[in-house]
Design a protein around this ligand. Structure first.
Ligand code: MG
Length: 223
């Protein structure tokens, strides 16, 4: 049995992606840049700066400066917070409970620096993620799809890639897990089609968190 689960946050533990994508689109609208809300689902996992820079290069044919990127990311984060409390992903608590019961360790590995959610983990998932078992955007130089966040997760857990598995909802997150050499499970909790996760080489793909939570007890015996 695998010793550790490396678990993404947005779109896995929280049903927060609809708010993130809306906040991104609203922030871009405020500076006169037209985007589709859907595209931000595909950028999930990238750092805020990388996302802003990608859109600046496409729409303005130039890079975003560090000052612009940090100011605009702060504005996006403020809009996200103003949208109110984000609910836990349905049945994610059941998934976490199964891991805890089975003695599988947990490391949070998020590309987010979104303190409004990270600070609520203790309340929403009691005992699931100790403070030293969290990798956030503040701990890494490179966001997903770079393997760095998941490699840092392995370091924190003190295990090898073979002893862990990744739980992700985003294609770039799946790519990061696979690039780190880790067995990677995709749970499709948003509008991204299954094929996108197949293309990234996900080892298993579940159609919902409920389906994954149902399968997990038996799955832990097999992987
Ligand atoms: Mg996610």
């Amino acid at each position: 049995m695998k010793k550790f689960a490396l678990i993404d946050m947005d779109g896995v533990l929280y049903d927060s992606m609809p708010y993130h994508t809306l906040a991104w689109q609203q922030m871009m609208t405020e500076i006169g840049i037209s985007t589709s809300r859907e595209e931000f689902y595909l950028y999930e996992g990238m750092t805020g700066k990388a996302t802003i820079d990608l859109i600046f290069q496409r729409e303005l044919s130039r890079h975003a400066s560090d000052e612009e990127a940090s100011r605009l990311y702060r504005r996006k984060a403020d809009l996200f917070v103003e949208m109110g409390r984000k609910e836990r992903m349905r049945d994610a608590d059941r998934m976490i409970h199964t891991l805890m019961e089975a003695g599988v360790g947990r490391v949070l590995v998020t590309g987010s620096a979104q303190n409004s959610l990270i600070s609520r983990l203790n309340e929403d998932y009691p005992g699931a993620f100790s403070e030293d078992m969290r990798v956030t955007a503040l701990d890494v130089k490179h966001g997903k799809p770079d393997p760095e966040p998941y490699l840092r997760g392995l370091d924190k857990a003190g295990v090898t890639a073979d002893e862990a598995f990744v739980i992700e909802n985003a294609p770039l997150g799946v790519r990061a897990g696979k690039n780190a050499g880790i067995f990677t499970i995709a749970v499709t909790t948003g509008p991204i089609p299954r094929e996108a996760f197949e293309q990234e080489g996900a080892d298993l793909i579940f159609p919902s968190m409920s389906a994954f939570a149902d399968a997990l007890p038996d799955l832990l015996k097999q992987i």
